[in-house]
Design a protein around this ligand. Structure first.
Ligand code: CP3
Length: 365
């Protein structure tokens, strides 16, 4: 980790360009209302992975800086966070960072390959490795995130909502046990099945670390937080609650209503366990119709989702606009609906498709 930290000297920090107030209008208020299930003029929109490789202005910065430099230098993280909001007038900005900063703060560093994929310094293999992970003072070691949040908050100046995030204990445990990206995630499932004590120790430590990290983000002014349980769908429905749901439930309970929580659990169909998490909003992936998810969840939970991200790369702008309007029509008059994709923006997304999506929502009446 020391070595990784050592080469993060920043040569050129770009001046942060202002946002256009008029283009954004009452974005933050719209997002806050939807998070609280209050009526809105039209659903708010933001996209998972909106800041990143699909944007030419992000690619330009990446030519000069590594990904880790971008997330560790508050001024660069701020600039990348604002890029999609500036370009598309989204209602929310999401902190530019990564879910793997938490394992790193616990003692397991990581790096990214240029061709995609992530590699941790070493994999967590056994009880001794789990015992060696530090779950305390995580927020202190992630002080650079606090710095970025303060800067972003100041630049947004209330024009768009600011979202913080963290990975779920289950999803983080998968990356930590595999030692990075994997074609198939099997090791966390194996630990959960074969050594429940060790799995629970790991998930418990992650729960503490994630809670502390999210509390720090909330105290630095984020308007809501999203928990990315991107690997939730790897679990059979009957194991979901014990392996993932209950830990997210603990995190939500410990945040104690200080900020709304969005739980995005990709591919998960364990609806009862999802509603038991206590999240204000559930993120829905594109593997299920939004109307179907709506029927399965309680009326007092908000919904977020779920346009198929593949459309952004492969379809024509008119198709993207039509699909966007179809979802908006389905959710018309439903308080607590936030427009998003079913998963993250792919690096190959076409700018004209993102523009068509944003315009379809912004012109929806
Ligand atoms: O949503 C946003 O725009 C905010 C930033 C954000 C990133 N990663 C930036 C990023 C967020 C919220 C994440 C979450 C994340 N990170 C998840 C959960 C969400 C999901 O998509 O399922 C996961 C599983 C990770 C872990 C991760 N980060 C991997 C496996 C990789 C390598 C593969 C890949 O997609 O490139 C990353 C890298 C990463 N995180 C990039 C970005 C913009 C690409 C880095 C680059 O520029 O090369």
């Amino acid at each position: 980790m020391q070595d990784l930290m050592a080469d993060t000297t920043i040569q050129t920090a770009p001046a942060v360009k202002p946002l256009q107030a008029a283009a954004n209008g009452p974005c933050r208020e719209r997002m806050l209302n939807a998070l609280n299930l209050l009526p809105v003029d039209r659903p708010p929109v933001w996209l998972m992975r909106q800041a990143g490789r699909c944007l030419p202005e992000y690619r330009a910065l990446r030519e000069k800086h590594s990904f880790l430099e971008l997330i560790r230098a508050p001024e660069l993280a701020c600039e990348v966070t604002l890029q999609p909001v500036r370009r598309f007038g989204f209602d929310a900005a999401i902190l530019f960072s990564d879910i793997l900063v938490v394992p790193e703060a616990m003692g397991q560093g990581f790096r990214f390959h240029d061709g995609g994929g992530v590699e941790m310094e070493s994999a967590v293999r056994d009880m001794a490795d789990i015992q060696g992970l530090r779950a305390d003072s995580v927020a202190e070691r992630l002080e650079y995130v606090a710095g970025a949040l303060e800067m972003i908050k100041r630049e947004l100046d209330g024009r768009a909502a600011l979202l913080g995030f963290a990975g779920s204990p289950w999803t983080l445990a998968n990356f930590m046990l595999e030692g990075g990206s994997a074609k198939r995630f099997g090791k966390a499932k194996e630990l959960f099945k074969q050594d429940r004590r060790a799995y629970n120790l790991l998930a418990g430590k992650l729960t503490s670390a994630v809670t502390e990290f999210l509390q720090m983000q909330i105290s630095r002014g984020v308007d809501a937080v999203q928990i990315f349980d991107s690997l939730g769908g790897e679990l059979p429905a009957e194991d979901f609650e014990a392996a993932s749901g209950q830990w997210m439930e603990m995190i939500v309970a410990r945040l104690n209503g200080r900020a709304p929580v969005i739980v995005y659990s990709k591919g998960t169909r364990a609806w009862n366990a999802l509603s038991k998490t206590g999240a204000n909003v559930i993120g829905i992936d594109h593997g299920i119709a939004l109307a179907e998810a709506e029927r399965r969840l309680p009326r007092d939970m908000g919904l977020q989702g779920n346009l198929d991200p593949a459309l952004l790369s492969e379809a024509e702008p008119a198709t993207v606009a039509a699909e966007t309007r179809r979802l908006l029509e389905q959710m018309r008059d439903r308080n607590g609906y936030i427009f998003n994709l079913g998963h993250g923006v792919p690096p190959s997304a076409r700018m004209e498709n993102l523009e068509a999506l944003a315009a379809a929502i912004q012109n929806f009446a």
